[in-house]
Write a protein that binds this ligand. Structure first.
Ligand code: EPZ
Length: 423
């Protein structure tokens, strides 16, 4: 089978303006949420990425009518024709957020059969909190042969759900299930990420009553019928914005990222400032300028508004050429440092201790053949390639395509020498 690789000739300073796409992690939650609408629903500003294409296939498998215009980023979903409630393993394997179909199908049809997502290249991805939440709302949930079989014959009933840890997916899934439950559901220790707020806003736009999204207590008053009334545009991608900010600093460039939400970027902005870069914020744009050599820093990944785990990989790639020693602690997933092992081939000096990476900055990386192990590892290797002297060849580009829309075009527009070859 033909394999694609990305080729990057490093050393080009990125300069100019680039527009950020709609958020992946919002898109993969809002598309299944469209199942709850009794009327056709229009979603705008969706990125044309693999996870969205898989979401379309999933809805079509269920029997929904989907009109998807990837160029315009607009999708119309008519869920009234859904005639089954099982998601096949093949689709679940291709998209980790498939667990949201449990909450959405259970809420609308009182049953769902969805294979477990299993582990992945960044660590374990259990969904025990999602399942606990569904049970608290009265669902019977069993795992049969690796598939979650959930049922609520007489509908779900609102209740109190205390999350044992802060989980983005668990919070969204319980919100979806609670949207049509009888009475009030309260989610304690809820996640606060921007895509939680966006999913809540989408549910509210269809007549649901979600309050407190963005805080650690969310209350959902379920309604028996949700119906879409107007098109809903998803928020810009926080992680793509951050990746482009890091790319600007990594190439000692001057880049303005437009169409983003600067307040979502505070944790990264603070670290870039600490490293010596200049960051200027406007209402919906961020300009990142490099003012010379960067200083090494220490950071720990945390739930929002802390430093996001999804930006740890691109950021730790940047730190490989910062002066002095940097320390990175990954608190969310157990194996999210594989990109650094790959970067050792490019001359990076890294010591790994379980959840901690100690990075000794080197003046220059050199191009090498490297392999992406997951989406953000791929983004980190792109950053590394942009910084390195010579040519870097990245394999497993399909991971990058899962979450970045037109990444090469965007970077080329800023002056990067990046292309794709098929072997
Ligand atoms: C979401 O994953 C994102 N994915 C991830 O982005 C992101 O890395 C992660 O949140 C953390 O911010 C989507 O939004 C689609 P979690 P999710 O539930 O929901 C543990 C990317 O690169 N946990 O917040 O799966 C879990 O093991 C991706 O775009 C349980 O133990 O993450 C982890 O240690 C990768 N039991 C922690 O909680 C549960 O039931 C946080 O996971 C659920 C989670």
């Amino acid at each position: 089978m033909a394999e694609e690789r990305m080729l990057i000739t490093g050393g080009q300073r990125l300069e100019g303006a680039v527009r950020v796409s709609g958020g992946k992690n919002t898109a993969v939650a809002i598309i299944p949420a469209a199942i709850l609408s009794q009327t056709p629903c229009v979603i705008e500003n969706l990125p044309s990425i693999e996870d969205v294409h898989v979401s379309v296939e999933t809805l079509q498998h269920l029997g929904a009518k989907v009109l998807w215009d990837p160029r315009e980023g607009i999708m119309q979903v008519d869920a009234s024709t859904i005639n089954r409630t099982d998601v096949p393993l093949e689709l679940c394997r291709r998209m980790r957020a498939s667990s949201y179909y449990i909450g959405a199908l259970l809420a609308r049809f009182g049953e769902a059969s969805v294979p477990l997502p299993g582990g992945c290249n960044i660590g374990r991805r259990p969904i025990d909190q999602h399942i606990k939440g569904m049970r608290m709302l009265g669902a019977e949930v069993e795992i049969v042969g690796g598939t979650v079989m959930a049922r609520a014959r007489d509908g779900l009933i609102g209740g109190d759900v205390f999350m044992d840890m802060v989980t983005v997916g668990g919070t969204i899934n319980v919100m979806l299930a609670a949207a049509c439950a009888q009475g009030i559901t309260t989610i304690y220790n809820a996640a606060k990420e921007p895509h939680i707020v966006d999913t809540a806003n989408f549910l509210n736009s269809m007549g649901c009553k979600v309050k407190g999204a963005g805080t650690d207590v969310i209350r959902v008053r379920g309604v028996s019928h949700l119906s879409s009334r107007r098109p809903y545009a998803v928020i810009p991608d926080q992680i793509e914005t951050g990746t482009l900010m890091i790319a600007a600093a990594a190439t000692h460039g001057d880049v303005t990222i437009s169409g983003c939400i600067p307040t979502h970027m505070e944790a990264l902005t603070a670290k870039l400032l600490e490293m010596g870069a200049r960051v200027d914020e406007r209402d919906d744009a961020i300009r990142v300028r490099s003012m010379g050599a960067h200083r090494g820093v220490t950071f720990k990944t945390q739930v929002y508004p802390g430093f996001p785990t999804d930006l740890q990989q691109p950021m730790s790639a940047l730190l490989c050429t910062a002066t002095g020693t940097s320390t990175v602690v990954e608190n969310i997933f157990e194996s999210r440092f594989r990109h650094l092992m790959e970067m050792e081939r490019m001359g990076a000096r890294v010591r790994l201790f379980e959840q901690t990476a100690v990075i000794e900055g080197v003046p220059q990386l050199h191009g090498a053949a490297v392999e992406a192990s997951d989406l953000r590892a791929g983004a980190a290797l792109v950053i590394a390639g942009l910084m390195a002297q010579g040519t870097t060849e990245i394999s497993n580009t399909h991971y990058i395509d899962r979450g970045y829309e037109h990444l090469e075009d965007k970077l080329q527009g800023l002056g990067a020498r990046i292309s794709r070859v098929t072997y």
